[in-house]
Write a protein that binds this ligand. Sequence first.
Ligand code: HEM
Length: 422
Amino acid sequence: MDLPQTTTEPTSYVHDRETADDSLAFLRDGYAYGTRRFERFGTDAFRTRLLGRPTVVVHGREAAAMFYDPRSMTRAGAIPTSVAHLLQDDGSVQTLEDAAHDHRKAAFLRLLGDAEAARMAEASGRAWAAAAAREAGRTRSLYDLGVEVLTRAALEWTGLPAGSADPRRLAGPLAEMVDAAARVGPRNWIARLRRRRVERWAEAVLGMVRDGELEVPAGSPISVVAGLHDHDGSQPPLDIAAVELINLLRPIVAVARYVAFTGHALERHPHWRETLRGDAAARHRFVQEVRRFYPFFPVIAGTVRRGFTWREHEFEVGKRVVLDLYATNHDERIWTHPGRFDPDRFITWVYDPDALVPQGGGDAATGHRCPGEGATIALMERFLEFATADPAPYTVPPQDLRISLRRIPALPQDRMLVTLAE
Ligand code: HEM
């Protein structure tokens, strides 16, 4: 199979001299791992070994299009189990391909359409107001506060009756699934144990919904997940439905990281505050720039499932390919002055699915692109509305605002502390 190729870019080939295992270098360089090497080799792609396996690391708009072509890659076996078990797990939409994937994915896309994203954002607005009242006068990190607020919003949005889910017990384990994904050793094991508990809770709740023992609103996300059917007409077992419920809850809570980054951007660029207060379009641009600029998932890994040639390089079945999302979001062939935080770059931006890729590239319906982009944006915009209100809901105390690119996933050093207004 040949995927579309272009010859317009000078740096078009794969640096094809395999190096020694680069896993330690990846840990050392963090988000900058790929960028350093793309610059050193002057290519879009290079061959190396990661965790003992030959791997091609790629970046750029055309690499993203290649990687997100639904014919080329599967996620199966591409990432270590320590990461997989926290972020996706067996049987989830991310592990499916072709008709099975597209059918399950359609359910996610219906659940996360514009009206649903708006409903979720409204729930988060109420939760921010409640948190501001509850925490008045206290200093908290925007990250921790965001985790609590978004857990409440997520549970309300799903339609779970109060009493069937305790946000205080769920917030920590849901946040840990992302926080500990890149860790090895005890922190990762503990997060996996806590995830098992959330899975058991989700199975129990979904079982009660299926059996009619727990009444939930018709058409609500919880009833849709409980009633999921696959492309062959079968109903996924409860453990798979539980994984998919967590696939909704975990990433909503993960938006707390973007909340912290949005607060960080506001603090670093205070002249935006006034504009953002009354201008929804400006809030949208600001949020897009936060998603482009700040480090979240550094890379996505896939395994070649049908051999193809790209940039004169053979990608054989079974080979691992890593798409560098962070490098693509900072690729100067796509973004002018990529290291500058500039929301106005989105005034003239023409949507390109493979250029802005913090949540993946390609087409969400047929590939693995995130179905939650609209919801993420709506939640971030809602937070921005809260944060820029007059009078200001918080002040920012002295703290360490640095963000280390060596820590995956990244956060401001003090998790973005704020003091809530009295
Ligand atoms: C915090 C912000 C978010 C980030 C940075 C993010 C990032 C991503 C990325 C990079 C992928 C692609 C993975 C791949 O190519 O294998 C993805 C997939 C996915 N995301 Fe998100 N996401 C976010 C929010 C959300 C939200 C709010 C939801 C749902 C409520 C969601 C649900 C999913 C699901 C179900 C998939 C798997 C899709 C598939 O395999 O077809 N994400 N996300």
